[in-house]
Design a binder for this molecule. Structure first.
Ligand SMILES: Cc1cc2nc3c(=O)[nH]c(=O)nc-3n(C[C@H](O)[C@H](O)[C@H](O)COP(=O)(O)OP(=O)(O)OC[C@H]3O[C@@H](n4cnc5c(N)ncnc54)[C@H](O)[C@@H]3O)c2cc1C
Length: 492
């Protein structure tokens, strides 16, 4: 049950973008936050390495962080958005620290800063190797204290219709029934698309629902085929959700080895295993061809075991569960899908091309990442641009009329035939085969044909509207957009 029939603002998502955005609104602005699963199941909660920010102007400089971001992004970034990110981000990092995020500290009271691939300075602040969880936990605690924010978990948005003064959103409530809610503004903070791949580091929520709903409303979607593959995910035999071995492990001295135990990254790029992610992923795929083996390893055994356990407690524990003691054994790794650079196109205020619709975090395309995200810039982007979205909405509310929604049907019938099994598995295989680290352009037209058939079946099949249906629809639509971009060419 919702507390109200209509709200000023609806926020879809309780990751870093949704939570930080919600906290910007004063008590006289009513906010409904929803998450389609439990509050903490998100990519934000999985973030390990940290948040990149220039916090020490004696040893670092905005221009250096800007340059690192542009270099990683192959200069395809939106330079204005990068400047906003880098110059405003430190303020947001300090703000979340005040809100209770427990960053690791030095004895002199400054935040500890580590190095990650692609950064020329130590500027990544962190909470051990579980920074995302520390951020999400602290922000959820704050959101729960706010009288103007209602939170509904296990509540999935399946449709978003535009009205004169906002939106009517269709939600599937925890009991499986529909509930329609009015909101004058909507902030999509619904995360990425990792689950369109067979192997990903992303959490189960990353099915591109927000991107699909925005697309169905006619919002511009940009660069969905700009996908980052992380070079060092734990190479588990069977798990589709692959555990990440953070860049920070290489930053702290781990070495990348091929199946023969040889260093190889320097052969492909002088920056070696500390080159940006796409470069290292590419090097691994080329080395796989050269050695005819997909076996790769990270070796950090030369470091003090106590240091490793203290600096990377989560990675240490997770690997131990897979029978790898990283203080003594090499960690098996291989690239997999990790992050989406593209998304719902937004301006510097996180406005989409649809009036009153905003997007922030991984579902959005601000242009800050260009063609390849610099490590630890995405939590920063989620913070900076969700705050900017909220500021813009607060400003608009001063002049927008925002009449009550009046009467509208509060429920709708979601019943239908059960959707046949297999669509999601097939979509994942088509995308994995066609658009992994080195794309297979020849396959794309045929794959798109098949995806188009799947979309027609899902949309026209008269199926029951439930989570499975909504997520399959999102994966199919997202896959279709990706493949059309692949066919048009890289810069589509
Ligand atoms: C393993 C891993 C490690 C990472 N490490 C780092 C790092 O160290 N530093 C860094 O900067 N970035 C890192 N990233 C990337 C970063 O974590 C994400 O890009 C960022 O957290 C995304 O935040 P978000 O708020 O946009 O989305 P998310 O945190 O993914 O949240 C999405 C929310 O949307 C909700 N949602 C989705 N669809 C619906 C729907 N239909 N209805 C209702 N709710 C919906 C979900 O329930 C969820 O609450 C990492 C990512 C992964 C996967």
């Amino acid at each position: 049950m919702l507390m109200k029939k209509e709200y000023d603002v609806l926020i879809a998502g309780t990751g870093a973008a949704g939570l930080y955005g919600a906290l910007q609104f004063p008590d006289n602005v009513s906010v409904l936050m929803i998450s389609k699963r439990e509050l903490t199941l998100s990519n934000s909660s999985l973030a390990q390495g940290g948040v990149a920010a220039v916090l020490d102007l004696e040893n670092d400089d905005y221009s250096l962080h800007i340059q690192d971001t542009l270099t990683a992004g192959k200069n395809k970034n939106n330079i204005k958005a990068v400047e906003v990110l880098v110059k405003e981000g430190p303020g947001d990092v300090r703000r979340i620290k005040e809100l209770g995020v427990d960053f690791d500290m030095n004895s002199d009271g400054t935040m500890q800063k580590t190095l990650e691939a692609g950064h020329c300075r130590h500027r990544i602040v962190h909470h051990k190797d579980s920074t995302g969880k520390a951020i999400v936990d602290a922000l959820i605690a704050k959101v729960k204290e706010r009288p103007n924010i209602d939170i509904c978990e296990n509540t999935l948005m399946y449709k978003l219709d535009q009205t004169k003064d906002g939106f009517l959103a269709g939600l599937i409530m925890p009991d499986g029934n529909s509930q329609i809610v009015g909101a004058h503004y909507c902030l999509l903070a619904s995360g990425g698309i990792g689950r369109v791949y067979q192997y990903t580091t992303n959490s189960a929520i990353a099915t591109g629902d927000g991107i699909t709903l925005a697309y169905m409303l006619g919002a511009e979607i940009k660069h969905l085929s700009w996908i980052q593959f992380h070079p060092t995910a734990f190479a588990a035999e069977n798990d589709r959700e692959r555990f990440l071995i953070s860049e920070a492990v290489r930053g702290e001295g781990a070495v990348l080895l091929n199946c023969n135990g040889e260093r190889f990254a320097e052969k492909y790029d002088p920056r070696g295993h500390l080159a940006p992610r796409d470069v290292v992923s590419n090097a691994i795929m080329q080395e796989a061809k050269a050695t005819n083996s997909e076996k790769f390893y990270l070796d950090i055994t030369h470091k003090d075991p106590e240091f490793i356990k203290n600096r990377f407690p989560m990675i240490y524990k997770k690997c131990l569960e897979e029978n790898i003691d990283i203080t003594k054994q090499w960690i098996p790794v291989f690239p997999c899908q990790h992050y989406l650079m593209g998304g719902i196109d937004v301006d510097l205020h996180a406005r989409t091309t649809v009036d009153r619709l905003y997007a922030a975090g991984e579902c959005s395309h601000t242009g800050v990442h260009g063609a390849n995200r610099l490590a630890s810039n995405s939590l920063l982007e989620a913070l900076v641009f969700s705050r900017r979205a909220a500021e813009d909405i607060i400003e608009r509310m001063k002049t927008d009329e925002n009449l009550p929604f009046g009467d509208f049907p509060e429920h709708e019938d979601l019943s239908g035939k059960p959707m046949p099994h297999g669509h999601r598995t097939e979509i994942r295989k088509l995308i994995q085969d066609c658009h992994f680290v080195i794309p297979n352009h020849d396959l794309a037209p045929k794959s798109l044909e098949r995806i188009t058939e799947i979309i027609s079946d899902i949309i026209g099949g008269g199926y029951e509207i439930n989570r499975d249906f909504v997520e399959a629809r999102s994966l199919a639509i997202v896959a279709g957009i990706i493949l059309r971009e692949v066919i048009k060419g890289y810069d589509a």
